[in-house]
Write a protein that binds this ligand. Structure first.
Ligand SMILES: CC(C)(COP(=O)(O)OP(=O)(O)OC[C@H]1O[C@@H](n2cnc3c(N)ncnc32)[C@H](O)[C@@H]1OP(=O)(O)O)[C@@H](O)C(=O)NCCC(=O)NCCS
Length: 157
């Protein structure tokens, strides 16, 4: 089940986000060290922003995704923080999260979604391609490890 996180979910959201950063450090632009230091107020604000979706199986959190508006790109949304618990991968949870995120993007009146895939994250590249995203060819250094690169993918929604 995919649900929109509310401020009341802030501890669940914090815990699943920190699990994601600990489990897949190479996949994300942020780091566990950086986010572990966040105050409770930051987690409350993030959870209550209406931008994060949580996946739950039998009530237990197993994944998340967030959509953000990138500075200077008001006509699209960026998908970030996408993560599924390794115990339940390849069972459609990721697909359900992305489809729900794309519906949320459309509901905001925006018709394009993008995201960055870190070099070497072939599972994510295959996953997004399977869902219809294509590479734009745009590349930039990975913020958490600027020696590595990441590539922007996009889809019209
Ligand atoms: C990428 C990720 C979110 C996929 O989540 P998931 O729940 O396993 O994905 P789904 O089960 O919905 O997969 C949907 C389809 O994507 C493709 N896919 C997913 N994982 C794949 C993999 N490891 N290799 C190849 N194709 C893959 C398959 O076509 C799959 O359909 P199938 O299982 O019927 O063949 C998950 O592997 C993950 O959390 N990875 C670590 C964090 C990460 O890399 N996040 C993305 C940052 S850009």
């Amino acid at each position: 089940m995919v649900v929109a996180a509310t401020e009341a979910d802030w501890q669940e959201y914090r815990d699943v986000r920190l699990r994601a950063l600990a489990e897949s450090p190479a996949a994300f632009g942020s780091t566990l060290q950086r986010e572990r230091a966040f105050d409770d107020a930051v987690w409350r604000e993030r959870a209550g922003s209406g931008r994060t979706l949580l996946a739950r199986l039998r009530g237990a959190p197993v994944g998340l995704v967030t959509t953000i508006e990138e500075e200077g790109r008001p006509d699209e949304r960026q998908i970030v923080s996408m993560w599924v618990d390794p115990a339940v991968r390849r069972s459609g949870v990721g697909r359900a999260l992305v489809l729900a995120a794309l519906r949320a993007v459309r509901a905001q009146g925006v018709r394009r979604a993008t995201l960055f895939v870190a070099d070497g994250n072939e599972a994510a590249a295959r996953f997004y391609e399977r869902l219809g995203f294509t590479s734009t060819g745009e590349r930039q250094p990975l913020p958490s490890d600027p020696g590595r690169g990441e590539e922007r993918y996009a889809i019209d929604v």
